[in-house]
Design a protein around this ligand. Structure first.
Ligand code: PMP
Length: 466
């Protein structure tokens, strides 16, 4: 293949920009701006700071991508990975073989999971962990002889990943543009629990009733005997950081139980501390799901890892001895990868030793309170979130809650202006998302909020006038 001629004595990081532009198809990328600007090449990172190849440092207010929970440059995690890689980098876990970190991690995760979620299936990230959840739930109902019980109810604006099936679970409209959807009749979406955009005249409690009623009707319409599971993030992330009305998850879980529908909590973002607990479902929202999906923070982003946790009741059905020759035929080459699991064990150890969960419970509410100040800017319609995940929704008409046109690039402009000031935030649709490393201090939160004030003051009036 043809490649650009770059001087051989250039440093790799100088060659990277061109190599990237010419050969690397980036995920989730607007190729108009990509062609114009190319990539920012991040060279190194430490704590909450990342540095690009130009030597400019930035406060990483998104923890890489909701994942670098313990911050960058943790030598303990790197050492644990290195040690494991030197000792035994990989051997498969199919059938009867295992490795030390994967086995120990399964027990450590089970110990911290709610209810009887005692059994872990490993994968490579959030998408494959969600695929695993659905595939094994289908297998579960097949084994019970309930072959019709297959449909999955998901939510508009939910994000569950990018494999073909996880993308079908995803309810964000923009994610599907230009693509096909598989499983049209297998996956059904109900409304997002979007308090900011609830029907006019409803208070929070009425909106909760409305959402639960909608789900009840949908179950009735599809037939409970045909519905296998409901899937939801405890707090929606990529869909715009949406916190459900009080009691929503508990009531939905109850409705699911009444209809023998399994509740899958997608805790890829909320698990491992972002909301101040190991898992948010029980400790924040008061219910125990049948399945929990985890990734990202489980290894603090240091190595790819997904984990799908199943209850005793499901495990009893899927992991009983089969008819002779029968095998649970699901798994990935890298299920239980020793280096990823070593990173996760080191992560759990640090979370515990440094009291990260109580730190999040202290600084999380501080960040939410300070961010509310941004409502003083006319361009800010809503500020919401929970602990260390937050969303700032931009509007051109605050009264009527009307967003900017998609081609206005409003959130991209805020992202660029904040980055110039040394803070990296994330534009997602009409929302600026924040998910800093859990080790962030109040002083660093002040820097983020002060920078956003300056950014909104600079960019806001121009956007309003456009
Ligand atoms: N579920 C949720 C809630 C997520 O936020 C993400 C990723 N942002 C995924 C699933 C998919 O995870 P991955 O990109 O690791 O496949």
């Amino acid at each position: 293949a043809a490649i650009a001629d770059t001087a051989s004595n250039e440093r790799p990081e100088d060659r990277a920009w061109l190599a990237d532009k010419d050969h690397f198809i980036h995920p989730y990328t607007d190729f108009t701006t990509f062609q114009q600007e190319g990539s920012q090449v991040i060279r190194e990172a430490s704590g909450v700071t990342v540095t690009d190849t130009g030597g400019k440092a930035y406060l990483d207010a998104i923890a890489g991508l909701w994942c670098m929970n313990l911050g960058h440059g943790r030598t303990e995690i790197a050492d644990a990975m290195g040690e494991q890689a030197r000792k035994m980098a990989y051997f498969n876990t199919f059938g009867h073989s295992t490795n030390v970190p994967a086995s120990l991690l399964a027990a450590e995760v089970a110990k911290r999971a709610p209810g009887s979620l005692n059994h872990v299936f490993y994968s490579t990230g959030g998408s494959t962990a969600n695929d695993t959840a659905v595939r094994l739930i289908h297998y579960y109902f097949n084994r019970l002889g309930r072959h019709a019980k297959k449909k999955i109810i998901s939510r508009n604006d939910g994000y569950h990943g990018s494999t073909y099936f996880a993308s079908a679970l995803t309810g964000i409209h923009g994610v599907h543009l230009g693509f096909d959807r598989i499983s049209q009749d297998l996956v059904h979406h109900v409304s997002a629990a979007n308090l900011y955009r609830r029907p006019a005249g409803m208070d929070e409690a009425q909106f909760c009733d409305y959402l639960v009623d909608e789900l009840r009707q949908r179950i009735h319409q599809l037939g409970a005997e045909n519905v296998a599971a409901f899937i939801a993030e405890p707090v929606m992330g990529a869909g715009g950081v949406l916190v459900a009305p009080a009691g929503y998850h508990r009531r939905v879980a109850q409705l699911c139980r009444e209809n023998e529908i399994l509740y899958i909590a997608d805790e890829v973002v909320t698990g491992f501390g972002r909301l101040g607990h190991w898992f948010a479902s029980e400790d924040r929202f008061g219910h125990v799901p049948d399945v929990i999906v985890s990734a990202k923070g489980i290894s603090s982003g240091y190595c790819p890892l997904g984990a799908t946790l199943f209850s005793d009741a499901i495990h009893e059905v899927i992991a009983v001895p089969q008819a002779p020759g029968g095998v649970l035929s699901h798994g990935f080459t890298y299920s239980g990868h020793p280096v990823s699991c070593a990173a996760a064990l080191a992560t759990i150890d640090i979370i515990e030793r440094e009291n990260i969960l109580s730190h999040v419970r202290e600084v999380g509410p501080y960040m939410q309170t300070r961010l509310k100040e941004l409502l003083r800017h006319e361009v800010v319609g809503d500020v919401r979130g929970d602990h260390l995940m937050a969303g700032i929704e931009l509007v051109k008409d605050r009264e009527r809650r009307i967003n900017f046109a998609p081609d206005s690039g409003a959130t991209h402009k805020v992202f660029v202006a904040a980055r110039q000031r040394g803070v990296i935030v994330r534009p997602v649709g009409n929302v600026i998302v924040l998910s800093p490393p859990l080790v962030i201090s109040k002083a660093e939160i002040d820097i983020i909020v002060d920078t956003l004030h300056e950014t909104m003051s600079e960019v806001g009036p121009a956007l309003m006038a456009s």
